[in-house]
Write a protein that binds this ligand. Structure first.
Ligand SMILES: *[C@@H]1O[C@H](CO)[C@@H](O)[C@H](O)[C@H]1NC(C)=O
Length: 182
């Protein structure tokens, strides 16, 4: 058994059920050419230059990561939701909701789920992906952090200032060429 499967078994017995439930989507590889209405989303600076938004395994609920162009996911923004356009059913990017919104933690986790994200709004600013919610003040709505295991977080603080250990400041951008270039 893969370690991830063993971990999932333990998690499902020991803790509240994590992401996958009800109509569990099955992992299918993302098409390597862009489908109609979809966009690639990627970082464009070191250390995550041309790393693309996706989940591992592909197209199932789970942590949002930036990783190889060969497994890049395909997305778009619809009604403020960041939607996976190649999963079945569609998956939506969620943002961890902090208990204390006036003093939020520096990082808010992001992950895909089968239902719409109830917390905040995704939007493009030019080609940059932003997330905002009135209850959490952010200096830069396009500030993201990529941390352990390439996991993607909202940066509630300033971009490139007192970067948390183990994380890298990134902005992330859509890209609409036919293939996800390295
Ligand atoms: C996924 O969505 C379901 C239904 O809205 C919700 O109950 C569950 O808490 C969500 N999972 C996570 C990890 O937030």
């Amino acid at each position: 058994m893969k370690p991830t499967i063993i971990a999932a078994l333990f998690a499902s017995t020991a803790l509240a059920t994590p992401v996958a439930q009800a109509d569990k989507p099955i992992s299918t590889p993302s098409p390597t050419t862009l489908v109609s209405g979809a966009l690639w989303i990627r970082a464009v600076t070191s250390p995550n230059y041309h790393k693309y938004l996706q989940t591992k395994p592909a197209n199932v609920p789970g942590t949002a990561v930036l990783d190889s162009h060969t497994t890049a996911g395909q997305f778009n923004i619809e009604g403020g939701q960041l939607v996976n356009k190649v999963s079945n059913p569609p998956l939506y990017l969620w943002v961890e909701e902090p208990a204390d919104k006036a003093n939020p933690p520096r990082t808010l986790a992001t992950y895909f789920n089968t239902t719409k994200n109830p917390f905040g709004t995704f939007a493009w600013q030019g080609d940059a992906l932003t997330w905002s919610v009135p209850s959490v003040k952010r200096q830069n709505v396009g500030a993201w952090l990529v941390c352990k295991n390439q996991a993607l977080f909202i940066n509630t603080g300033a971009y490139s200032y007192q970067t948390p250990a183990g994380c890298a400041d990134q902005t992330i951008h859509y890209y609409n060429d036919k293939t996800a270039n390295n």
